[in-house]
Design a binder for this molecule. Structure first.
Ligand code: BDR
Ligand code: CA
Length: 317
């Protein structure tokens, strides 16, 4: 079967790094490109980190840098206490040798999606600024994207930054509202499911054993993330936000969905809150409301166990 083409819009970030390596290792996916955004880190760091991850996996794909700041609101400070000073826990000062695509992310997205009309699934796992800019720049793009699988939002559950808001939507609520209001198919993988996918630390030691190069890197950077969650949930676990969105592309059947039109609150105490919209003209979003956590764990581990084999194949081909 032909691999599914995807572009990941990302703010790497520890769980972003896991999701990207998961995508690189999954033979059912072809990662056409990575576009970057501020969020867990500044966008310059996100671009550098994305380039570095692609090099680490010897994976050939474009990397295009995106927006420096949100559409309207002031930029929030990056979440260093969750992902580390530069996005990868205590690892700092990495130096990729490749350069990013000269185009800005929204222009790269418009041109690449049109060149592959109807074939690309766009998977944003950071604030949605680049995707909102894409809609402004090229409104007809809704007819060329196959669908979006987004990590973001908390529809029926509390947020993780405030009691209302999930981090990606909170970091650019105007962009999130614009993207959810556009006429395209969206699968929303938010905290409703990702907060329930809590992998214990031994999952990562097993991945490191199976794939020392890529799994070993994930194991190393994960320690910082696990230490953060230990303080929050009192257990040594990782919440698998961005990897869940990647899983939902090829393993959609392990999730259950509910269709609702959504909007995002853009100011006030509830800023960033994703709510069921009263505007019935909005197209319904498929909101993930349930997930088979054991199946997700088995699938994630099986894919990452193959990461070094996939790397060897690329290097030797
Ligand atoms: C989201 O926010 C970021 O910290 C993670 O990378 C994920 O995309 C979870 O709320
Ligand atoms: Ca992310």
């Amino acid at each position: 079967m032909k691999a599914q083409k995807i572009i990941i819009d990302t703010d790497p970030g520890i769980d972003d790094a896991m999701a990207i390596h998961q995508a690189f290792a999954d033979s059912r996916l072809e990662v056409v490109g990575l576009t970057t955004i501020f969020g867990n880190v500044y966008v310059e760091q996100a671009t550098r980190n994305a380039l570095w991850l692609a090099e680490q996996a010897a994976y050939e794909c474009s990397v295009a840098g995106g927006a420096l700041t949100p559409l309207v609101q002031a930029m929030n400070t990056p979440a260093c206490f969750v992902h580390g000073e530069e996005g990868f826990g205590s690892l700092t000062d990495i130096q990729p040798s490749q350069k990013p695509d000269p185009r800005s992310a929204h222009i790269y997205l418009s041109e690449t999606i049109r060149e592959n009309s109807g074939e690309i699934i766009l998977c944003p796992v950071g604030p949605l600024t680049n995707i909102a800019k894409l809609l402004d720049y090229d409104p007809e793009i809704v007819n060329h994207v196959k669908k979006l699988v987004i990590m973001g939002g908390a529809v029926y559950v509390p947020g993780n930054v405030t009691s209302f808001a999930e981090a990606n939507f909170w970091n650019d609520p105007h962009a999130a509202d614009k993207v959810l209001g556009a006429d395209w198919h969206i699968d929303l993988i938010g905290l409703d499911v990702t907060a329930t996918i809590q992998f214990p630390s031994d999952v990562f030691s097993q991945i490191a054993k199976a794939s020392p190069r890529i799994g070993g890197f994930i194991y190393d950077i994960c320690e910082f993330y696990i230490a953060f969650y230990e303080k929050i949930v009192g257990k040594r676990v990782c919440l698998m936000h961005d990897p869940a969105a990647l899983l939902a592309i090829c393993d959609r059947d392990i999730f259950t969905f509910q269709n609702e039109p959504l909007s995002v609150i853009v100011e006030g105490e509830e800023v960033g809150n994703s709510i069921v919209s009263e505007n019935m003209l909005r197209r319904a979003v498929s909101v993930a409301v349930g997930v088979d956590v054991d199946a997700a764990k088995k699938r994630f581990m099986a894919i990452l166990a193959q990461a070094d084999t996939a790397f060897d194949k690329r290097v030797n081909s």
